[in-house]
Structures are given as C-alpha cells and as structure tokens.
Design a protein around this ligand. Structure first.
Ligand code: NAP
Length: 236
C-alpha cells in the first residue's frame, strides 16, 4: 500500500499529539512541523526550504501560541505572538502545499468558534457571519484567510469549541484556579460555552481527511450547549 503520510503543524500540542496517535493507529505515517527537533519532527525552516515531505496525503494545522495562559498578561506583544503563531504557520503550510509537485488531497485548519460574536441568545451555524468585532473574531478571520490553497486541494476549516480532555487544553489550564478555589463563572455566567471532546475533534479531523466530499467550514462542537455557569458547577 502507498505511504499515507500526514503532516501536522503543532503536532506536539494537546490536539496535534492526540491526532497523531489516532492517525498512527490507523496506519498513517505522521510528521510534525515543530520548533524543536525530535524524531518525526521537521522545523518550519525545513518546510520552507525543502517543502512538504514526499507522499504527503494531508496537512493539518494545530499550531498556535497558547492564549489561556494565566501566567502571561495580555500585552500587545503577547497578542501579536498569539496572532502570528497562527497566521504565519498557516501561510507556511499553504505555501508548501501550493508549491508541492505531488499535492496532498486536503488541508485541514483548526480555528475557533471565537469567529462568532459572543451571545446569550443567538444560535450560530456554519453560514453565520463572522463579525471581526473583537480580537478573537478578527484573529479567526485573518487566520482563515491565510489558508489559501489552490484547487484541487480541499480546504476544511474546523471552528472548534473549547476542547475538553483530561490532560491538556482548557481543563488543564482551569485546573489550577479551580484547585485553588478561585475558578468561577465569568460575568453573568449565562454566556454559552460551545465545547467538544478531544476524541470527537480528532475523529472529525480524520473524517475530513478521508472523505472527499467534506470541504469548507465545519463548526466542531458537541450537540448539547452549556452555559459558562453550568460548566463551572460541573468543574467544582
Ligand atoms: N484547545 C482548545 O480548546 C482549542 C479550541 C479551539 C481552537 N484551538 C486551536 O487549535 C490549535 C491547537 O490547540 P492546542 O490546544 O493543541 O494547543 P497547544 O497544546 O498549545 O499546542 C499548540 C502547538 O503549537 C505550537 N506553537 C506554539 N507556539 C508557537 C509559535 N509561536 N510558533 C509556532 N508554533 C507554535 C507548539 O508546538 P512546538 O512547541 O512543537 O513548536 C504547540 O505544541 C491552536 O491554534 C488553538 O488556537 C484550540
């Protein structure tokens, strides 16, 4: 059987690592694009100079500077890192795909439901407008614009809710404040908190890789919607 290789930008992170494990278990070969060297990692500069590894059938971008980091303050420099780490990595992967002689079938980008205006009443689907009204919404608009791949490569953008899994992501970052007894609801607590379990998100990504009819925007969220207040009660 021909090699089925998937390249994952930020494949060392919470989502990327779990996705890599799932794909390996399904018989794929996985290469991460990462800032530090390791077995099965290539650097962003190697990607730029040498392009995609041979026989890459899919590229997924899970790279981005963590922003729910309670040890960092929201300085303009930090916000710029949050933005650049997503936009530059997405542009670099899109460029490598467009320049490849042996093109992958699909580019999957993981962005966020922060694209939509926070609301206590509106319901959003994939056709809802992105407002660009606040930092996150503008970030997602620019991030998705950076993913310009030429046909016939399929582009799938998964706007993910907060990803829940025991050992990382939102739960890991919330564990310390809740453990110290300072975690609590935000504002009125009535804001919706769209969420998805890590396993469902990685299965969705694999589904998007393997099904040629999947393209465009997908909202990666669980069917049941909870409020910030309900989430806080479950965590306490
Ligand atoms: N977790 C969530 O709840 C959630 C929800 C919606 C969307 N997302 C998006 O999904 C993506 C992955 O999230 P995650 O939770 O897996 O994050 P994560 O655990 O922090 O992993 C992100 C990866 O990005 C790479 N990275 C960090 N800073 C970078 C920089 N300045 N330049 C290039 N690469 C950098 C790191 O890889 P190296 O250190 O190996 O380079 C890291 O392993 C992010 O873009 C995030 O915004 C996450």
């Amino acid at each position: 059987m021909a090699t089925r290789r998937v390249v994952i930008g930020g494949g060392t992170g919470f989502i990327g690592r779990s996705l890599g494990e799932r794909l390996l278990a399904s018989g794929y070969n996985v290469i991460n694009v990462a800032r530090m060297p390791a077995a099965n990692n290539i650097s962003w500069s190697t990607l730029e100079v040498s392009g995609l590894p041979k026989a890459t059938c899919a590229v997924v971008n899970c790279a981005g500077q963590q922003f729910m980091d309670f040890t960092k303050s929201w300085t303009p420099g930090f916000k710029q890192n949050v933005q650049n780490s997503r936009i530059y990595t997405t542009k670099a992967l899109a460029k490598a795909i467009n320049q490849s002689q042996d093109k992958p079938k699909v580019f999957v980008l993981i962005t966020g439901v922060g694209a939509y205006e926070p609301s206590e009443s509106n319901k959003y689907d994939e056709s809802s407008p992105t407002t660009g009204l606040d930092f996150f919404s503008r970030l997602v608009v620019d991030w998705e614009k950076a993913a310009q791949v030429d046909p016939p490569v399929r582009l799938v953008v998964i706007r993910s809710g907060a990803v829940l899994g025991r050992w990382g992501g939102m739960i890991k970052n919330m564990f310390v404040p809740f453990y110290l007894g300072v975690g609590g609801r935000i504002g009125t607590g009535k804001q919706y908190l769209p969420w998805i379990h890590l396993n469902d998100l990685t299965r969705l990504i694999q589904f998007a890789i393997e099904n040629d009819n999947v393209k465009g925007i997908l909202n990666g969220v669980a069917p049941q919607v909870i409020t910030n207040e309900e989430f806080t009660k479950v965590n306490l």
